[in-house]
Design a protein around this ligand. Structure first.
Ligand code: ARG
Length: 719
């Protein structure tokens, strides 16, 4: 009696705490949409059948969803918008390709790029487009023979062995790429069968003054006026199969093409987004949240605060630096602002306390039953302990090391060269070795700016000084001895005088190599010292993560059992997901109401002539002033630029299609909002919004601004 009453009471209590899961939260796996989400999607307005969304026997919407990657490693999403393999994604997703094709004479970053015919479409070695063929739950196969008693290491090796076997069995002789990933902290495993296309060409991009309008100031911010889109085309071998680039390749004939709607949206309209979210940690515990603030957010912000302004200043000063550093800088600056936003919103919204409340409920649930106590123990105590043991300074050093290497092309150069040290007893390099090293040198030095590099290295030396002495790289004694402690003099020498500083110096070294010369070389010393420090503390960092693996898996298993009647979604891990919701506004702070869309009026309001972030292209300005919006105008007569929805997305989703109730394309998702940047850890229904560029603005830019009618003609536009 008592037990039942207690269970009932607890059940109500759990229901209250956990049923707060908001209706539109979640990044759902396509194969479960029919069972878990479809009814809710219909009630919000969806008109398609579940099979029209995801079907493995017939073509369905999922066949238009592309993962954009570097050699198959995904970083963004794209979608198929024509029967000739035209793919839409974000400007910031195509940015690296656009930058790679840019020179001071052909500055596609600044001026945009529109291929006038197939011959002008530009190939991008390494860029890949991945399609999902099907997915399957393979938990039973991967964890066959694993029990609660199986030790962590053994569990991992059993799982890895099973994964290898499955990969071999399913790849059909290499036609498919088989990816098997853990879900729910390793409690489940799913297999993804992919087809990867390797000839992906750049066909269209607006100037950055449209595609990146507002740049860093507006990044992660609403209201937004960015035309964040670019277009690529996927090519195949003449028989339609995936192939490496060849001039004989032909435009892809896709299985499914998204129709495009010109109707626009209203508040409350159904929306869904399909794409490849990269990483979330929604089930993170309160202990980990507190640790994240101190041991990740803060060190990353510290490093970026010191390093990035140096690069920005040089980019602002010289076009050649702007072009060559654009892509790396943009992604670093994006991380910088993201980490600041995550830190601030985690604190402001009291996320650690909210998590602690949920954890208490879970612990009570475990403790209310003997069998559960035996099965799960107290995973939270183990997580707490692991978090309290993290060596804060070591983890800071780990992040400083990473950000030093990522922000300085020169510091990282020796790492990329291959073996430039003589082996035991060797006196010289063979001609082949020399040629190879020189080739790598040229490739890696391309676009490197000496002044920028000197400034970054000097800044990094100041950054590392923020750590206690015992965590600093050992370079400082060398600098004290040889440069009287002068960071600027050292970095000048490291870049200009070093064996690695100029091609002439490097050639001289190749002709007369000596390990002794390396030991005396300032850049080599610097590189070796930073890398050594990084490797040392990477070990500490990994160890602290490892300690969390088993208790997190148990915590997750308990959570899943406690909520077994409720559909749970797994954390994002670069696999295809669907999120559904509606168009909606929000209230960022007391007394402030943000409307759900912006118009071109705001572009003129934000205009700062000549400013690198807010300059407006004269042609765009004229079109706006003339209200020359053609069929892309809203029924209110204005041209909408961006709109908001409450879809649940994260990094990796960039470029994802946002679709209406009929599955027609209404925009491209490209950002989140600063007020809710804790979204990778906690979804706040009231605050978290997804920022989309309106497809009508995209088409307006292609058609009216660029006059690139050929692309419009190949699309399926529904008026
Ligand atoms: N915040 C966007 C994302 O993470 C990237 C936006 C790129 N734009 C920029 N100004 N850096 O997907």
């Amino acid at each position: 009696m008592k037990k039942t009453l207690l269970t009932a009471l607890l059940a109500i209590f759990f229901a209250q705490v956990f049923a707060t899961t908001p209706p539109d939260e979640g990044m759902w796996l396509p194969m479960f949409v029919k069972d878990y989400n479809y009814a809710k999607m219909r009630s919000l307005g969806l008109k398609l059948t579940a099979d029209q969304l995801y079907d493995i026997n017939n073509s369905s919407l999922k066949d238009a969803i592309v993962q954009l990657g570097n050699d198959g490693n995904g970083f963004c999403t794209g979608e198929i918008i024509s029967k000739n393999g035209l793919m839409l994604t974000n400007h910031h997703c195509g940015y690296e390709s656009i930058a790679n094709h840019s020179t001071e004479e052909h500055d596609y970053l600044k001026d945009g790029f529109w291929a006038k015919n197939y011959d002008e479409e530009l190939s991008n070695p390494g860029l890949t487009a991945t399609f999902l063929v099907r997915m399957e739950n393979v938990t039973d196969k991967v964890l066959a023979g694993v029990t609660d008693e199986t030790k962590k290491g053994e569990r991992e090796s059993m799982a890895n062995k099973a994964i290898k076997e499955l990969q071999n069995a399913e790849s059909e002789g290499g036609r498919y790429t088989i990816v098997i990933k853990p879900f729910f902290d390793g409690n489940e495993y799913y297999m993804f069968v992919y087809e990867i296309y390797r000839d992906v060409r750049l066909v269209g991009a607006p100037p950055s003054s449209i595609g990146k309008f507002g740049d860093e100031t507006d990044n992660w911010v609403w209201p937004r006026h960015t035309g964040d889109f670019s277009m690529f085309r996927i090519y195949t071998a003449p028989d339609g199969s995936p192939a490496e680039y060849s001039k004989d390749n032909v435009p892809m004939k896709p299985k499914y093409v998204l129709p495009i709607s010109l109707k626009g949206t209203e508040m409350g309209d159904y929306t869904m987004i399909w794409g490849y979210p990269g990483s979330t940690d929604r089930y993170m515990t309160s202990y980990e949240v507190r640790s994240l603030l101190e041991n990740q957010n803060k060190p990353i912000i510290e490093a970026c605060d010191v390093l990035l302004p140096e690069i920005r200043a040089e980019m602002n000063a010289r076009d050649i630096v702007r072009i060559n550093y654009a892509s790396d800088y943009a992604s670093m600056a994006n991380t910088w602002k993201n980490q600041k936003g995550e830190y601030a919103s985690l604190i402001k919204l009291g996320i650690a306390d909210k998590k602690a409340e949920q954890e208490k409920v879970l612990l009570d649930w475990i403790n209310a039953d003997k069998a559960r106590q035996e099965k799960y123990g107290n995973p939270l105590a183990k997580i707490e302990k692991a978090c309290s043991e993290v060596d804060h300074e070591a983890v800071r050093a780990f992040f400083y090391g990473n950000f030093t290497l990522m922000n300085s092309k020169t510091t990282f150069l020796p790492y990329n060269l291959g073996n430039f040290r003589l082996g035991e007893g060797e006196k010289s390099f063979t001609e082949d070795q020399k040629a190879e090293l020189l080739k790598n040198y040229r490739e890696n030095m391309k676009g490197t700016d000496i002044v920028t590099e000197e400034k970054v290295i000097a800044a990094a030396l100041r950054l590392w000084k923020q750590l206690p002495v015992e965590y600093q790289p050992d370079i400082y004694s060398y600098i004290d001895k040889k440069f009287k402690g002068d960071f600027v003099a050292f970095s000048k020498a490291a870049v200009e005088k070093s064996i690695f500083g100029t091609e002439a110096n490097f050639q001289k070294y190749l002709d007369k190599p000596s390990n002794k010369a390396l030991e005396a070389d300032p850049l080599y010393q610097w590189f070796a010292s930073v890398l050594g420090t990084l490797i040392q503390y990477q070990g500490v960092y990994m160890e602290s993560k490892n300690k969390l693996a088993t208790p997190r898996r148990k915590y997750m298993a308990a959570l899943m059992e406690m909520q077994q009647d409720k559909a749970m979604y797994p954390d994002a891990n670069m696999t295809m997901r669907c999120t559904y919701g509606t168009v909606c506004d929000y209230f960022p702070s007391d007394g402030v109401h943000y409307k759900h869309f912006t118009t071109t009026q705001g572009i003129l309001e934000k205009e700062i002539p000549g400013d690198p972030e807010f300059d407006v292209h004269p042609k765009l300005k004229q079109l706006i002033l003339n209200k020359d919006f053609g069929r892309y105008a809203d029924k209110d007569g204005t041209l909408h630029v961006c709109f908001l929805s409450n879809n649940d997305i994260t990094g990796g989703n960039s470029g994802s299609p946002i679709l209406n109730a009929k599955g027609e394309l209404i925009g491209s998702a490209f950002d989140g909002n600063i007020e809710a940047l804790c979204s990778d850890i906690f979804f706040d229904t009231e605050l978290q919004r997804c920022i989309n560029v309106d497809i009508r603005y995209v088409l307006f830019v292609i058609d009216k601004f660029a006059g690139a009618q050929r692309f419009i003609d190949e699309m399926n536009i529904v008026e």
